[in-house]
Design a binder for this molecule. Sequence first.
Ligand code: F6P
Length: 322
Amino acid sequence: IKKIGLFTSGGDAPGMNAAIRAVVRTAKYYNIEVVGIRRGYEGMINGELFPMDVKSVANIIQRGGTILKTARSEQFRTPEGRRLAYDQLVKHGIEGLVAIGGDGTFTGARIFGQEFDFPIVGLPGTIDNDLYGTDFTIGYDTAINTVIDAVDKIRDTAESHDRVFIVEVMGRDSGLIALRTGIASGAEAILIPETKRDIDALMDKLEHGRKDKSSKIVMVAEGDDAGGAFEVGRQVKEKFPNYDTRVSILGHIQRGGKPTCMDRVLASRIGSAAVEALRDGHRNEMIGIIHNELSYTPFEHACKHHIEINANLLKIVEILSI
Ligand code: F6P
């Protein structure tokens, strides 16, 4: 393989730049040319392609976001859009692709790869950690550290005012951010889409739990059935008018910031492995790390609906919040 294309797609995640750097530098190491594609599939369709060299990825390992920019492309969902994208790749002599993104990115990659018999490998880049085939996705560690930093601050004011705080964290369909940060910030309860009726358990806990706690933190994943932090807050206020309840939605601060050491090392390892995988003839696979070893998972299995919540972590929330 002589020339590869590289892009980021879907929601950005801290550590994507470290992955871009690793792909470009590993490719150079093996004498493979790299073409950067801006704005994901959208830029591929529009011909936003440019050559990348070792220098073009200098001084980015520590930066959040993605220097390649990102987008969610409607056009790529259509066969016409994918044909335009394919024509651009052929025009630039690209023989393989490295896609950095999440579930939607890999669904697109799988369809495109099969349609045009085109070699693509994927790197899991999403703060949600909701992909099967890797213990952690690029960006998750940074995001959960951002969350606990914010919740520690919320706890200071919650404790001073004896308040209940309902804190909403990201995770469109996944409670993995809420679960870990709930444990790490000593939350009273967590509400996540993977468990049903946890709102009832929360109400029960607030009613019958220890009365001598002056402040309480409840973590809600944005994708939970309960309807988000404002709705949970409304219900708590209605049922417990004597509690001083506040809602805080952390939002997009969770997507930014300097990647942690864990995210930089993960991104560097799998970024490098992506180039080697293309050289070795891998295609249609996401590269991750499981138990500290590289792993290769077909795109169709990498989807989030395969993820199971670790029951032990759920139990810990319950035990430690007595
Ligand atoms: O998939 C990552 C994520 O941050 C989700 O947790 C969240 O639901 C979504 O992206 C937000 O997307 P956008 O930035 O397009 O509003």
